[in-house]
Design a protein around this ligand. Sequence first.
Ligand SMILES: Nc1ncnc2c1ncn2[C@@H]1O[C@H](COP(=O)(O)OP(=O)(O)O)[C@@H](O)[C@H]1O
Ligand SMILES: [Mg+2]
Length: 327
Amino acid sequence: MSEFLLEVQDLRTWFPIRRGVFSRTIGHVKAVDGVTLSVAPGETLGLVGESGCGKTTLGRTLVGLERARAGRISFRGLDLTGAQAGERRALRRKLQMVFQDPFESLNPRMTAMDIVTEGEVQCGRLARRDCAAAARALMAEVGLDPNAIFRYPHEFSGGQRQRISVARALSVRPAFIICDEAVSALDVSIQAQIINLLMDLRDQHGLSYLFISHDLSVVRHISDRIAVMYLGRIVEQGPSKAVIDAPIHPYTRALVSAIPVPRRAKKERIVLEGDVPSPANPPPGCRFHTRCPFAIDACRQAEPRLEPRAGGAAPGHLAACIRKDAI
Ligand SMILES: Nc1ncnc2c1ncn2[C@@H]1O[C@H](COP(=O)(O)OP(=O)(O)O)[C@@H](O)[C@H]1O
Ligand SMILES: [Mg+2]
């Protein structure tokens, strides 16, 4: 049995691009294109990268909302991609997702009670007559008024709606929660409250998280380890402190240099030129070479592997860059 709760190997999720009256497939958006990562029980892995690099698609593939084209997802040692439908459904209940926009992901016609009990009711584990009590307990658990269970989503604030989303995910007693930009739409002070809630729940229930955000300064507070994604691939991963204090990959360095810090300690800001290239046609070799100030000819040839830096980096700190020992 593996020491990891979730293991992802060389996962690829591509979206077909169709044209013409016959909807012929003329190419693919390679949203997730060879991702390998793992999360241990009780661990929080932060996933960062600019908008469009494939974070949401990766999360949706893990919970079964998108189909992987290739690769392997194993959860508690069982292969999710190959499991039988029934077995897969049971496993997937243990894997939940909290979305960015609770207003969009919460049904406006359902009360808070219906939203947070739906999962258990649907699978026959909760009787209708027990819903109110179960909903009250869940509301209290996420810091909401238990008497608000008959209210509708629009009667709650943004932060409260996000708490309802968290309660909904918690209701089926998952082992793993994917938080996709779960606090990005909220004010900074509310963000901190939700992050504190997530950390408390993690400690109480021994949960693991994949915490997705485009904002490294949000991810660093909650993550044990951080993975940095660029154009469908992980370009760096390691313990949070190592990735933030001693980033290896030029892309991570640029993200880190953009975190606001007190003036005194401010390092030189690395500003990335240009836009993220299209995932339908990623650059050959290292996908970052078109924007990298350190790129050499060899960077255009072969795709670099995730490897430790020669002669020293924190254990488990890896980067996919052939220049990592030179810069
Ligand atoms: N359902 C879809 N059909 C086609 N392309 C998609 C779909 N969902 C996402 N994409 C594309 O996949 C890429 C990655 O998107 P996404 O996973 O949302 O990135 P992120 O969450 O990092 O912003 C983008 O180029 C996006 O346009
Ligand atoms: Mg996203």
